[in-house]
Design a protein around this ligand. Sequence first.
Ligand code: ADP
Ligand code: MG
Length: 245
Amino acid sequence: MSEFNPGSLTATNIHLAFGANKVLRGIDLHVPQGTTASVIGPSGSGKSTLLRVMNRLIEPDQGDILLDGKSVLNDNPDELRRRIGMVFQQFNLFPHKTVLQNVSLALTKLRKMPKDQANAAALEQLDLVGLKHKADSRPGNLSGGQQQRVAIARALAMEPEVMFFDEATSALDPELVKGVLALMTDLSKGGMTMVVVTHEMGFSRNVSDTVTFMDGGVVVETGSPEELFTAPKTDRLKGFLSDVL
Ligand code: ADP
Ligand code: MG
């Protein structure tokens, strides 16, 4: 993997309510540069909302978000979203554009790159995810796993400082999960700063540097994979692990 832009991410005391529903109730998360933080927890615990707040798709009611130690709450949200790459469960590729166009589009539109340069950069990213040979295909002709790798290439092409993954493998057929997890593992080992919301306990345990267990809008436990998986302290985490493992 190529060298990544350095970045650390910190969220402090994040609160967010949808009406009367207090979805995030004082979340702290610190992801040092070059590390991978996995976020686990039951459905509805606020994991996706936390990612959306941290890249300011939703503004927090309270709390701060820092990139490289500097608050980003007063920055232009579009600028922040260039610094944080996001990969969703649904790949959100443009079906009528080619794979190459899907990756190069943001480069010409947002980064104002000349087309030739954008295409070359996009091809390089596609090569990194093993899909250069699919550059001229439409997304619909690719497997779900390949489409997700294109979505990852698209995010990486923006040269983000941090990557967010929200259940990136949950929509994939089981036989396709491995390839995407292998790519995420490569990124992690290559020094990308990552926040990975996942149900893949193998990835959380074996790849991530820290694990954060959320339930009911709070961080119940956070620590090393060893601490959380082999010595969970709370009944809530013990219960969750016995359900998913
Ligand atoms: P998770 O990703 O852990 O499954 P979410 O962050 O998606 O949890 O959801 C947490 C809570 O926030 C849920 O109760 C959900 O219904 C609520 N929620 C999420 N998004 C919205 C929204 N846009 N408007 C209102 N409520 C929402
Ligand atoms: Mg979610």
